[in-house]
Structures are given as C-alpha cells and as structure tokens.
Design a protein around this ligand. Structure first.
Ligand code: AVJ
Length: 319
C-alpha cells in the first residue's frame, strides 16, 4: 500500500472513532463501543486482566481448549485455513496448531496492529510450517480482503467469549456475516462464558488490583490523546454491574461530580452519578447458545464444558 493510501486509512479510522465517540456521548445513556479499548496500551491491559486471580475466563477456556483441540482434530481436513476473529496475543491458537498439523494457514484478524504484529512474529517462529496471513481489521465490519475459496477446509475460531460483547441481535448478525465470510466448507469454534453466580462475575470485572478499572479508563485516555479530549480521569470511576434481566455484565464509567467535558469543539455535560456504558459481556446457557446459532445458519454439532460449567466451547457447522 502507498503511504498516501496508508495515511488515508489512518484518517478514516480516526474519523470513525471520532464519529462514534460524538454519537455515543450524545445519547441519553452515554455509551462507547468496547472495540475502542484496544489500542496498544489497552491490549496490554487486557493481557494483564487475564493474569488477575479474579478473571477466570481466559485460564478456564485455555484449559478447556487443551481437551477440545485433540477431539476437534477428527473434524478437520488437511490443508485447512484457521481464521481467528480478534486474535490478540494468539496464545490460545497454539493449542489448536499443536493438535492439528492439518492446519497449514493461519489468518489472525485483529483491530490492534500493536497486538497483531508481535503475535504474528511469535507464531511464525514457533510454527515455521504454517503460512501466516495477518489481517488488520475491525471484524464487526465486512472484510473484503478475506478470500477463502481456494482452501480445502476452513475453521473459524472466535474464543474468549468476545461474542458476549454483542447484543443478541448483533451476535446473530455477526454469526450470519461469519457464515458468509467463512464459506460453504466452514466449521466454527466459538468460546462462550456461561451464566453463573453473580458474585463470581462481578469480581471478574472488578479485580482488587484495579487492572480492569485501568482498562476501562484507558478509553478516556485515548479520547484525550487521539481526539483532543479533556477528560479528567480522576473524576470518573470504574463500575461493574450484573444485569440479570439481560444476563450480562456491564462496565460503566461513573462521573464523580457535575462536570463539562470537551472532545474537540464539542462539549458534553455530566451529572454526578451519570455513567458512560462502555461494555456488555453477555453470559450464555447451552440452550440459549444453540438457539442463537440455529437462528444464524449454524448447527451446534458438539459442545465441551469446563468444570462447574464455568465456560463452553461450541462447535458449529453450516447448514
Ligand atoms: C475480551 C470481550 C471477552 O468481555 O470478558 C475483560 C473483555 N472486559 N474485562 C470480556 C473484558 C473486562 C472481555 N472480552
């Protein structure tokens, strides 16, 4: 790509960020998309969250995938391309590559170049026989460059319960879009967190060391540096809540006083106690997930559950 085209791309993604922030802060319930957590600092903070004692999903899913990968191997043809949505550090990917030498190409898709580049280098070093085709993209948007028609088999991989960031309608739209993107030969392995004791959930999103709080506040820091904002980070507090009626964890940033905040030339008033809703993390039941898949063109063909039903890996096949 020419440097002019690259700077166009940078400008358009900055404009998307600005447009989304202005629209989100103009709503009566102010909100920001969780995809904007993941600049380089945010991706590092997410990796640090995964190491906190309270945040169980990553280590639970990793342990689960060590059992899933050898079982999944029977389903996967040789020459398969592995397409990962939101690949981040590509740590869980290794469990699949270790168990399935029939995977010859790996396509990690991530919105953060800062996370993608070192992850790709590490995978190339560790798996010299695998062709790595990185895609820096927002997977909630159609990806034109993805051409999977020439591969004899396609395995989609969407771990981490990132699917929980979507509303049920958005999750169905994503699964339909992924079905179209992955094509007729696709299998799709999706990791999803399950409904459980709210005390466990709230602790997971409000760790004692304050890593999740820093992750949540990082989005305001990004607005300040990238969009000319003047958020005072000391005047907003991290909040994690279980929303039982929608079966989801929510993260908010609560204004600690009445205040006016600027983003460029735009001013936004906050009342004391008012929040910016920054993330939903929906929690699933096996039955609910099967219904969601079915409504989106996929059959649930296999499921693996972690001890205490803490987390699930679902294998979907196109119908
Ligand atoms: C990466 C979206 C799966 O929702 O649990 C972690 C992000 N947010 N702690 C999640 C997150 C707060 C995480 N996902």
């Amino acid at each position: 790509m020419s440097s002019a085209a690259l700077s166009d791309l940078a400008t358009s993604s900055r404009n998307d960020f600005l447009d989304d922030v202005l629209a989100g802060l103009s709503q009566s319930q102010k909100s920001l998309s969780p995809k904007y957590f993941y600049d380089e600092a945010g991706s590092d903070l997410f990796e640090a969250i995964c190491l906190t004692p309270e945040y169980y999903p990553t280590r639970t899913e990793t342990a689960l995938l060590a059992h899933v990968a050898p079982a999944l191997s029977a389903w996967v043809q040789s020459g398969c391309v592995l397409v990962e949505f939101g690949s981040g550090a590509s740590d869980k990917t290794r469990l699949l590559l270790d168990a399935m030498p029939q995977i010859t190409t790996y396509m990690p898709i991530d919105i953060s170049a800062g996370a993608l580049e070192p992850a790709v280098d590490r995978i190339k070093d560790a798996y010299p026989g695998v062709t790595v085709v990185p895609v820096e993209a927002d997977f909630t948007q159609p990806i034109a460059t993805l051409d999977l028609a020439t591969y004899p088999a396609v395995l989609g991989f969407f771990p981490g319960s990132t699917i929980g960031n979507f509303t049920p309608a958005e999750a169905a739209a994503f699964l339909k879009a992924a079905r179209a993107m992955l094509g007729p030969k696709a299998l799709f392995l999706v990791g999803a967190d399950l409904v459980k004791d709210p005390a466990i959930l709230v602790a997971a999103y409000d760790d004692a060391a304050g890593v999740t709080a820093a992750f949540n506040l990082n989005v305001l820091k990004r607005i300040n540096t990238e969009l000319g904002g003047d958020f005072d980070l000391a005047q907003f507090a991290h909040r994690a809540r279980w929303n039982a009626s929608d079966a989801r964890m929510e993260m908010h940033l609560e204004s600690l006083r009445d205040q006016i905040v600027h983003v460029g030339h735009h001013a936004f008033a906050f009342r004391k106690g008012e929040t910016i809703h920054t993330e939903n993390s929906h929690k699933f039941t096996v039955k609910g997930f099967g219904a969601l898949a079915l409504a989106s063109g996929w059959t649930l063909v296999e499921q693996w559950l972690a001890p205490d039903d803490a987390f699930a890996a679902f294998l979907l096949e196109r119908f």
